[in-house]
Write a protein that binds this ligand. Structure first.
Ligand code: G3H
Ligand code: ZN
Length: 287
């Protein structure tokens, strides 16, 4: 059954590794990520953006699909189902649908409104036994139409939000959603250290996990990052594998056009990407 992200992230923080948050987009994505987590004995967070939730016909469908898969696949590792970059309304819908964790992305509100809305969601999550992620400092790049500028969070604002009682905090440290531009200056470890100084042992979240060099990932984990979000890298791997299958004419051979065959190379590519990330984050064998 689903668990919250709280315990798994506290264990990761203490154990100096990070738990992967991999966004899901359909059944094949979910199956590939769950299979990999189970094979590697790794805790895992299934992230669902509001756009992906809509694409999968709604949050209740997602909860039903994931709960069914946990049972049918006999998954035994800790799995959290987490709303990614949630609006206030989206958070309330996911609480109602049966998610085990939510992110309230209040970074675009004035800090006072971010605080008020976060307080209310904390109250509800405590009542429901769910975990809550907050964000300070908009993450750069574009995610489901949400465009951020890759800001560096204000450590004092981070403390203000952390002190409200959230379970994990996404502090912008120059990270960007999607592919990093060639002139990207890298993560701001000064900001990360300053945020860590203010928020103590609050598990920190790194968004925009695609394409961050391995040494930066390892340094971020050493400075308190316990959850790392990845989406684009899985999407690119899926698309590349599917393209290769079709360019090789495999869809024209026998029943190669069967979606169970057509989607298989992409699913395998997602598994390979998730495996690489879990090994890099250090979560293998930590279930
Ligand atoms: O919230 C989701 C992640 O931040 C996705 O980032 O697509 O750059 O891997 P990414
Ligand atoms: Zn993100």
């Amino acid at each position: 059954m689903l668990v919250t992200a709280k315990e798994m992230l506290e264990k990761a923080r203490d154990g100096k590794y990070a738990v992967g948050h991999f966004n899901i987009n359909n059944l094949e994505w979910t199956k590939a990520i769950l299979q990999t987590a189970e094979e590697l004995r790794s805790p895992v967070i299934l992230g669902v953006s509001e756009g992906a939730g809509k694409y999968m016909t709604g949050f209740k469908t997602v909860v039903g699909m994931v709960n069914g898969m946990l049972e049918e696949m006999k998954i035994t590792v800790p799995v959290a189902l987490h709303l990614d970059h949630g609006t206030y309304e989206g958070c309330l819908k996911c609480i109602d649908a049966g998610f085990s964790s939510i992110m309230f992305d209040g970074s675009h509100y004035p800090i006072e409104e971010n605080v008020e809305k976060t307080k209310e969601l904390i109250r509800i999550c405590r009542e429901k036994g769910m975990s809550l992620e907050a964000e300070v400092g908009a993450i750069g790049g574009e995610e489901d139409g949400v465009i951020g500028m890759g800001e560096c969070a204000d450590p004092n604002e981070c403390k203000m939000i952390a002190d409200l009682g959230v379970d994990m905090l996404a502090a912008g440290i120059g990270n960007i959603h999607g592919k990093y531009p060639a002139n990207w200056k890298g993560l701001s470890f000064e900001t990360l250290a300053a945020v860590k100084e203010k928020v103590g042992d609050m598990p920190l979240v790194l968004h925009g996990g695609t394409g961050i060099p391995e040494d930066m990932i390892k340094k971020a984990i050493s400075l308190g990052v316990a959850k790392i979000n990845v989406n684009t890298e899985c999407q690119l791997a899926f698309a590349d594998a599917t393209r290769k299958y079709i360019e090789a004419g495999k869809d024209l051979e026998g029943k190669g056009f069967d979606p169970r065959k057509l989607l298989a190379p992409g699913a395998e590519a997602i598994k390979a990407t998730v495996k690489t990330k879990m090994e890099l984050f250090g979560s293998v064998g930590k279930a």
